[in-house]
Design a binder for this molecule. Sequence first.
Ligand SMILES: Nc1nc2c([nH]c(=O)n2[C@H]2C[C@H](O)[C@@H](COP(=O)(O)OP(=O)(O)OP(=O)(O)O)O2)c(=O)[nH]1
Length: 133
Amino acid sequence: MDTKALREVAAAAIISDGRLLLAQRVGPPELAGMWELPGGKIEPGETPAQGLRRELREELGVDTVIGGRIGVDVPLPDGMVLRAYRVSLRDGTPTALEHSAVRWVAAPELAAADLVPNDRAWLADLVATLNAG
Ligand SMILES: Nc1nc2c([nH]c(=O)n2[C@H]2C[C@H](O)[C@@H](COP(=O)(O)OP(=O)(O)OP(=O)(O)O)O2)c(=O)[nH]1
């Protein structure tokens, strides 16, 4: 039996003033141009919160506070799992350092956005969170 822990990809639902931050992927080709929640692979020895804060510093140049989970676990190939977390900004303005663009969306724009396919699993939860806030 394979007892290795699932490798996690953590993604950030950064919400500020009733809007969610989306980031536009540069690759791979099948995902390029689509919008995602910024984040990335958690490295061995990191907690998900530590790894996600690191990714957000690298990708957006911001300092963040990582909150609770949102939405379901999404299985990825190669024994990885994709999980979303609520995140708030502590310092800095999100800048597309590794994406082609970032933008803030309210619920109607989120529902109409060209999201990467895996992130569609979170759409109802994200819209509900935005509408609640
Ligand atoms: N960051 C992120 N990755 C996502 C999302 N949805 C989704 O399917 N993925 C997939 C794309 C990739 O196959 C995988 C890891 O994404 P990534 O390319 O951001 O990870 P990383 O920065 O650690 O990548 P790298 O060092 O290997 O280049 O997760 C999402 O909302 N955010």
